[in-house]
Each structure stands twice: as C-alpha cells, then as structure tokens.
Design a protein. Structure first.
Length: 235
C-alpha cells in the first residue's frame, strides 16, 4: 500500500487541533497528514480554505487524497471536494452531508431539537456564536477527559450564524465511491438519527462509536483513526 495524503477538516466550535489525537496514528502508518485551519466566518470562506489546500496538494503530486470532515467540516468537504481530482475517499466524522440545496436547518427540522441548539451565545456585534464553557463541557465534549475538555472549551472557534441556512452546492459524495461515515451514539450537537440517515443515503461504510459525544474524534480517537486508515486502504 502506497502512502496517501490525508486532509483533515475541523468543524465549528473547534480548530485543527481537534484532530490531535488522530494525527499520530495516521502519521505512524506512513501517511502525509494536513489539518486545515478554517476561519469559521462563513461556509464559502471555509470552503475556499479547503479548496486552496487541495489545490496545493495536487500541485505537489497526484498521490491519492483522503478528505475527512468533522461536524460542519462535513458540510464544507461536501462542497469543497466537488470536481477536485485525486480525492479517492471521503470520511464523515459526525458530519453534515447535505445534498444540493439543503441547509442544516432544513436537514434538522425532522428530528427532535437538541437542547444544545438553544445554547449558542453571541460573541459580539459581528453576530458570531459559541457555547459557554460549561455548556461546551455539557453538550460538546462530556466524554473527554475534563482537563482536555476545558482546553477545548477555552479555544473553541466561534461560528457565523448564517451557516445554518446556507444552501449546499453539488455534493462531492455523489462523485466518490469510497465513503465512510462515523456516528456518535450519544452526540448532543447533531442528532444521531440524522447522522445515521446521512450514512444510509450515501451508502457509506458506517462505524458507530458507542457512548461517544460530538467530540468522539478525541474520546475515541483510535477508532476514528482506524476508519480513516481503512478509507486510505480502500483505493
């Protein structure tokens, strides 16, 4: 098996360091790993960052690329990877996987509204949102070691409110056959039944992290890393 390039795309209320528990396993397997830093100012801005990184990777070589997205990172990779050459696998980690024209608001409307949806607070006059640190520990990362969870809460990336109603473009998952989806059974940020529905619609190879929160990429990093390795092995 030849090494792949693996691009990791974080979600909202996080940054690239949210993959820190996953990256060493991928690197130890011989893969070239990059974690982007998204601005979280808008979906188009996030997509532009990922597209730019993919262009840079393709300028280097034609080695196959695996792209993984967590949470809103799933929405971003759905749009950023469309028509991009050399991407051979997508991995959704508790991530949104919209079809063209769908929004996060429209996708969630048929599912029980989670308490976390009402917990966002504004950071200032720019209208960006985050969770209070106690709510972050309660809803986002309840299964992460307390010390690590407190760091995540302190460094969370505020998101723009407009991303919830932003309509997706043509989805990359309709162009790629090697698709994996990871569901967190105790996710309190995205309804687990919605995650399951995404996986079924895409006919993705599905892994369930039993007892995991939305921060399952940290609390169960070994399992998340293994799914990404499986994707890299499936070319």
């Amino acid at each position: 098996m030849l090494p792949a390039r693996i691009l990791l795309v974080h979600g909202a209320l996080a940054d690239g360091s949210s993959w820190s528990k996953v990256i060493p396993t991928l690197q130890a397997a011989g893969h070239n790993v990059t974690a982007v830093q998204q601005p979280l100012t808008s979906i188009p801005n996030d997509v532009a960052v990922v597209k730019g990184q993919l262009a840079a990777l393709n300028a280097e070589s034609d080695v196959p690329i695996v792209v993984a997205g967590h949470s809103f990172g799933g929405f971003v990779i759905t749009n950023a990877v469309t028509d991009v050459p050399n991407v051979k696998a997508l991995v959704y980690v508790m991530g949104f996987a919209p079809d063209e024209g769908e929004t996060v608001t429209s996708l969630e409307q048929n599912y029980t509204k989670l308490p976390s949806n009402q917990a966002f607070i504004p950071t200032g006059p720019d209208g960006r949102l985050l969770l209070s640190q106690p709510d972050y520990l309660k809803y986002f990362a309840p299964d992460v070691e307390r010390c690590d969870a407190r760091v995540l809460a302190a460094t969370q990336g505020p998101l723009d409110g407009a991303r919830f109603t932003y309509p997706s473009g043509p989805p990359a998952w309709k162009q790629i056959e090697n698709i994996h989806y990871i569901i967190a059974s105790d996710d309190q940020m995205i309804p687990p039944p919605l995650e399951s529905w995404f996986a079924k619609r895409m006919k993705a190879k599905t892994t369930v992290l039993e007892g995991a929160s939305h921060a399952g990429l940290i609390s169960q990093a070994d399992k998340v890393a293994q799914v990404i390795l499986d994707a890299a092995n499936g070319f």
